[in-house]
Design a protein around this ligand. Sequence first.
Ligand SMILES: [Zn+2]
Length: 348
Amino acid sequence: MNLDSEAHIQRIYAQGAAALVRLFHRLTDNIEDLQAQLIRSPQPVIALLSNELTTVKSTLARKTAALMRERQLNHQLLRRLRELEREVEGGDQQPVQRDSHNSSLPPSLDPPWRKTPRTSSLRKNSGRQPGGQFGHRGTTLKQVTQPDEIIIHAPLACTSCATSLPHDEATTRIRRQVFDISDGRVKVTEHQAEARRCAACAIVTKANFPLGVRAPVQDGTGVLSRSTYLYLYQLLPVARTSETMRDLFACSISAATIQRASRISSGKLVNTEQRIKAAIRDSAVSGVDETGLRVAGSGGYIHLASTEGLTHYARRRTPGHSGDGRDRHPPAVHRHAGPGWLLFLPVV
Ligand SMILES: [Zn+2]
């Protein structure tokens, strides 16, 4: 049905009562015609409506997919924002005043209230020797002189003139070592990337390291995945995770590395998390709960939302969010199924 536009109706209204009555009669006739048509032959109308329904459904599916992508992006951005907030927490919250001390401005332009530069540290002497203290076992990885395995990566041909590069033309080798767990112990694999000079054009071509071998010394995926498993799945505190890795695999891994590995894993699972949240949100019935906890001295809440097969945990500063976004469209809520449990029932 093609209803008149609002502007058109406004114009007719301005013309007076008679014009309005004419419009009303015309619309009534239209409705009667359509009703008659529907009774005579409903098929074209059904086909028309069915087509429209298909279009609406496909539009909805497209919009839902776009919304999911937006949510994933939003989630990643929020996570990054929280990381950055944590980094600046405790630091100087004021904007930094630029002066000769921290920029290229000359001292003559320094504001009069600028502090006289201190010439010695404000820290009190702790009475200890600098560096690692006695009994502290350092965890920084260093290259070993005798790795378990050495893999040489050689450039095959000159990047400039494509002449093949014979082995005796090696000029330098860059060494990178990966510490990984194999057969229950740490094994060091050294990758040596050769640089060879071309006999024809004298250009030096460097070989590439394998994908993921980026630092002079690094932990392999076996070390990082085991520490992440112990830390996040077995819920060991970070120091205990480090201790367990040392006791089980003689593997030295720092708390910072364990936490970095868990953040990397977490980042890789953003899409999975979004899908779990969406499935819980779309389920007819789900259970939600929350409990208080303290993290690094500050309070917060763990929010849980689950269905029979899925569970989603989220940490929030405030109570009253189910963690899966349902709180924004609360259906009928009833306390059911035991103490401390809320059961969401769909609104019928
Ligand atoms: Zn060449």
